[in-house]
Design a protein around this ligand. Sequence first.
Ligand code: M6R
Length: 611
Amino acid sequence: MCGIVGYIGHREAWPVITKGLHRLEYRGYDSAGIALLNGDLKTYKKAGKVSDLEDFALNLDKSGTIGMGHTRWATHGEPCDRNSHPHPSGNGKLSIIHNGIIENYAVLKEALQAKGHTFISDTDTEVLVHLIEEIQERDQLELAEAVRVALTKVIGAYAIVVMSKEEPEQLVAARKGSPMVIGVGEGEYFIASDASPIVEYTKNVIYLKDNQIATLRTDNLVVRSIDNIIQTPSVQELSLKLEMLEKGGFDHFMLKEIYEQARSIKDCMRGRIYPGEGKVQLGGIKDYTEKLKNAERIVIVACGTSWHAGLVGEYLIEEYARIPVEVEYASEFRYRNPIISEKDIVIAISQSGETADTMAAIELAKERGATIFGICNVVGSSIPRITHAGVYTHAGPEIGVASTKAFTAQVTVLTLIALYVAQQKGTINQAQMVSMLTELDEIPTLVEKCLAQDAFVKEIAQKLKDSSNCLFLGRGSGFPVALEGALKLKEISYIHAEGYPAAEMKHGPIALIDEDMPVIFIATKNSSYEKVISNIQEVKARKGKVIAIVTEGDKEVKKMADYVIEIPDTNEAYLPLLATIPLQFLSYHIAVLRGCNVDQPRNLAKSVTVE
Ligand code: M6R
């Protein structure tokens, strides 16, 4: 949440920063601001999108080769010009941008007010820049040292960049709990919340670690720990490619990412499955094979779409590896007193690898001795660094706020884990393994077939676009698919939607059914097919409108449903990988038809780094 970009070097900073902010807008987009150092410290900020800031500054002087910018997702204080970053210090000499939350800001603010500081914004960030100013003036410290001392007083999460007009040849950056990447160029440095603003200038990056403070000058970089010990950062090469960050001819990133799923699922399986040999290989967790084989329980923690993937994982792991699984909302898990011990394996699932609630759940489980695996998409993000082992999803950058290809890649990894453990434990035999892996290997081709339904699903979207509510129903692993379909619809089209296990309908939701209630059923040919047919009849008897996802060639459901969307037949285990795709299209087209901002839905941000 919140995106930050900094630049110091020989280029004009404004274009580098604005371009970077556009790339980071998925992290927050309620206001944006930039500060430039060019003799003086100039600040431009505006509520709204980065493009609003660009319009505002169109005819203003934007020269300077040192600067920093911010795109905000509001936590403390409403989105408005005044609360936008960068924030100046009281004496106007310093400026700060910040991603995260300063938890003890109220105490710090009171102490600073007692010393005569006055504040113009409602943000926690402004408190921090005043604190740096106070320490710098009191102890006559250089900027980097004042930042370091100030951070020792701070409780919370942050990635910050600070500039001073009295020390104009540097940017000081620090992180704890919020991501920060430094790009190392020739006589220039970049700094950003992720590598997307950096990749077109350099492939050499340093992932700043928690409690590190970096001082960037055009010709050198010094990294210190918060305890003032010099650190030797390691430079890594980015595998990210520029075209991965562009829409590639699609109207929206979400649509591009839906279409990428045949490729992303294939990438996720590459080098991990050997159908002919009936073998799964997962290098990232192989050192924990014995632990997995002997696990008495697996606990999955995640949020949002990743939590839905976890529910699919529960079906798969219990069915094939025969290990009991519990799936927990990370945000709930951490605020109770969960029973977790060194005997447990905890799997944390997160596309971004930065979700604050998931990170906090991991820390709690770790304190209690559990072994933690991560299933993450963003390479080098925070979660893979705090887990014992893990498996990357390799879906490529997901920029649309609504998660699509990350979900199917997470489900693919969970499938691989289930089959890997099943193989190790012998809970499925070799012939079954060969057959299951052969079918899994075909999934990308079947996904292509689901993608070919785009235009047809758009026609159905036309009929549903004015609905106020929608119900999504499924059974077995079709239930998490229903939940995911409902989440997609509500987050991008603002239509109220609920996902339920189909059999639960009669325990309450059935009261909602009338001619205005579209009900989307996951009604593929699987073990609960007959039961789902009964549920469809119950809805039709009450004049509900039925849209059903069915298996190719289905005749029964077609007789009852208003619309059917066919998906190819496959092993029941892989149903979520296919059935999710028409639901992604459905919510996408409904949202577009309603004129919603699909890639940047209101109030949301891609990576939720606040608790
Ligand atoms: O990055 P994560 O997977 O940890 O994010 C979890 C949720 O915030 C995320 O899935 C969210 O629900 C998406 N907007 C859903 O489309």
